[in-house]
Write a protein that binds this ligand. Structure first.
Ligand SMILES: [Zn+2]
Length: 467
């Protein structure tokens, strides 16, 4: 009898220790550039920002179950290249001891942040490329230093009103030739509101607003990491954190108005083919910045409606798994390059290329210098029964839906543009339909079957962390 009591006591003590094991800290590190003008990427031509409309942040969350630590960082940037991410992780590891593979660093995909990845006619700003990783590492360190006993929970609500598939099937006669002179595209991105010959959107949307909520052990809101599959909104003068920053502010007002250190985070889901415009309806006119506020407010209100139902607990297992895939590059042929040279020669006096054919000819010349295969880092994190997948691409929504459907964990979502940048990730079937997201450039260069390989790896990694 004595022995039995004793054993019960030991078990209870260990369960109690386990239940209190989770610690968490969050911090929003300001990463607004201090030097202007500065290059802003995300468009076919470079944009120079003359100041900051609103601040940019690297929003950091560190979780620690006593054995394993995870760091999740969402940066207000269009895309963060692999080298920059690795540098940030190396510096953060030195400051915190968190292994690089246990860190997820992603870009929101705001199209009004300093260029750190060369795409189209924007080149990285050397000073900001050096500044950003140090700031991210400092943000992770501060979040790590702020760890307190914490509980975590998951919530999911839907906002169907802000996501529209931007690729439309259209009658052939109305689809312009692609930049390589072919007339094989069956879909068109952003065709124009109620444009002639529109048939239907070429893919689905994912209306989920997924939420990882972190509270202190005594129930004070500490961080809400949200995930929504919306490309970006646009409309603010650069630099701006777009709706991602506006959501973070609005959700704090709604769920933690009295908190000084609550961190709201909006991560980008799988939105490679999804934006905020319903091309099946008339265009809606907005004042500059108005649309960002409308979207952020709507999504944040939905999140706040679902927030009270989230059940938080402290006895969760953390895990991480990473795999570097080698994926082939769709390189231009000799014939493609000969055509590109001719077009560039005709445009040689232009400081800024304006014709699509010339812009893509330049991209072809740059892609010719790429290696035949490139690494692409795929990652899976586990927070109890929550799975977070990270893919370094602009991932088509249907791929994210497939991951959600097949995950062995109860609640799973994907953060795109994470741990590097490997361009768009359409499915092979979407490649066959053509359109902007498939046109060969530094923004879309992976082999046609890349998504099949990425999906297989995601499944393998999720199975590993779910064990
Ligand atoms: Zn994009």
């Amino acid at each position: 009898m004595t022995r039995f009591v004793c054993l019960t006591f030991v078990l209870a003590a260990s369960a109690a220790a386990h239940a209190d094991a989770l610690k968490a800290g969050a911090f929003a590190m300001d990463v607004t550039p201090t030097k202007f003008p500065i290059s802003v990427n995300g468009n076919m031509a470079d944009v120079q920002a003359k100041g900051a409309n609103d601040p940019l942040h690297a929003r950091c969350l560190v979780l620690d179950d006593g054995k394993t630590k995870l760091a999740i960082v969402v940066v207000d940037s269009c895309m963060v290249p692999r080298d920059l991410v690795e540098e940030a992780k190396t510096q953060a590891n030195k400051l915190t001891g968190i292994p690089a593979d246990h860190m997820l660093i992603s870009a929101t995909h705001t199209h009004s942040a300093p260029t750190v990845t060369g795409v189209f006619q924007s080149e990285p700003d050397a000073d900001y490329v050096k500044y950003l990783p140090a700031k991210i590492a400092e943000g992770i360190k501060t979040a790590n230093d702020r760890r307190v006993a914490a509980h975590v929970g998951f919530g999911r609500v839907k906002d169907e009103t802000q996501v529209y598939n931007r690729r439309w099937k259209r009658e052939h006669a109305f689809i312009p030739p692609d930049p390589f002179g072919n007339t094989t595209d069956k879909v068109q991105m952003n065709p124009g509101n109620q444009a002639k010959g529109l048939i239907e959107p070429a893919g689905p949307v994912d209306p989920d607003v997924s939420m990882v909520s972190v509270q202190t052990a005594d129930g004070r809101p500490l961080c809400l990491l949200a995930n929504y599959s919306l490309h970006y909104v646009g409309g603010n003068a650069p630099v701006s954190a777009d709706y991602f920053g506006a959501f973070a502010d609005r959700v704090k007002q709604l769920v933690a108005p009295d908190s000084k250190d609550f961190v709201g985070i909006m991560s980008n889901g799988t939105s490679g083919d999804v934006n905020n415009i319903n091309f099946g309806a008339p265009a809606i006119k907005y004042e500059p910045g108005e649309r960002i506020k409308v979207v952020a407010d709507h999504v944040a209100k939905k999140a706040a409606e679902g927030y009270p139902a989230i059940e938080h607990k402290g006895d969760v297992t953390l895990a991480a798994a990473v795999k570097d895939l080698q994926l082939a590059v769709r390189k231009p042929s000799e014939k493609d390059l000969a055509r590109a040279r001719t077009i560039l020669d005709e445009n040689k006096d232009k400081k800024v290329l304006t014709e699509r054919a010339a812009i893509y000819a330049r991209e072809s010349m740059l892609l010719a210098k790429y290696p035949d295969t490139v690494p692409a880092k795929v990652q899976a994190l586990r927070i109890g029964d929550i799975g977070i997948v990270a893919i370094p691409c602009e991932v088509f929504t249907e791929i994210g839906l497939e991951i959600k459907k097949t995950s062995p964990l109860a609640h799973t979502f994907t953060i795109e543009l994470a741990n590097g940048y490997n361009g768009y990730l359409p499915t092979p079937a979407q490649h066959a339909l053509g359109g902007y997201e498939t046109w060969r450039a530094r923004s879309s260069y992976l082999e046609v079957d890349a998504s099949t390989k990425v999906l297989a790896t995601v499944k393998e990694l999720l199975a590993g962390v779910a064990k």
